[in-house]
Design a protein around this ligand. Structure first.
Ligand code: FES
Length: 106
């Protein structure tokens, strides 16, 4: 998959060259550029949802984009419950999607 990042020549804010990076999302390589959040890289690959809710298995991805809703959580390099919209992507990151069943009530 390839990121849909803006070409540096079209970026009026930071017209510098981009540094590519690759992470894996559930063992599939995904490319992005240094400075993007993990959510930005995933969205750039075309994925809109990467988590499912515990109660009904509904798809979730970015909702607030500012670290409030926790809809975007993923496991990053073995660390669970990372908000993808708040973590900057690093080359070689291993991202796994999460789905946790609700615990049984006794
Ligand atoms: S999208 Fe809401 S916390 Fe990441």
């Amino acid at each position: 998959m390839t990121s849909r990042a803006m070409p540096p020549g079209d970026d009026r804010i930071r017209p510098t060259s981009v540094t590519p990076l690759t992470l894996t999302l559930n063992d599939v390589p995904v490319t992005g550029t240094a400075g993007q959040t993990i959510a930005g890289v995933i969205l750039g690959s075309g994925e809109l949802a990467w988590r499912t809710t515990s109660a009904a298995g509904k798809p979730r991805g970015i909702f607030c984009g500012i670290g409030v809703c926790f809809d975007c959580i993923v496991t990053v390099n073995g660390e669970r419950d990372v908000r993808a919209c708040q973590r900057r992507a690093s080359d070689g990151d291993t991202i796994e999607t999460q789905h946790d069943e609700l615990p049984e009530v006794e």
